[in-house]
Design a protein around this ligand. Sequence first.
Ligand SMILES: [Zn+2]
Length: 203
Amino acid sequence: MIRHHPSDSTLIAHSMGALPLLHSRVLAAHLNQCQSCQSALRAMEEIGGAMLASLPQADLQADALARTLERLAGENDVVTPAEPDTLASLAVGRWHWIAPGIRLMPVADRDMTGTRLDLVRVSPGTALPTHDHGGLETTCVLQGSFNDGQEIFQLYDVAESTPGLTHTPTATAGPDCICLTATTARLRPEGRVARLVLGWFGL
Ligand SMILES: [Zn+2]
């Protein structure tokens, strides 16, 4: 059963298209499986639509469409998949060994918002290097589960981390824990070993 959902503010940003695309892909993997967030999102979109409909009409400038298309073209070259990501659709690359019990499969390089997308695979009982965050980190569990020191995150649960939150996520017993993780800006590792391990992959 899904216990951890994205925060309301993250869901609102996602519904408005204001979230960096790679974070939205992590949310889409959760939303695809979560009835409760799907209902919340529909309600948000209806409210947003009603607010737009109540605004007074304004005349558009003649070149508005051309300028918008031009801006969108330069904004992002990351492709949004038509279907939400799943473990089967994502795990088609190569797992890179980064430390005992920890492997990484890059899914998308850093985009213009400084966000990258990775699959992180951790063996049961293994902890990720302790780290703080330079920006938003969103994670959706696609297999197994992990303990972030406070709570257990299981299949399709979402974890959000922001600067100031230091954690040492540890995979719990069972199959390898595989998470889809979007990170904006570099992580802030604690200690030399963590700096070495995370720095090597530009995390
Ligand atoms: Zn949800």
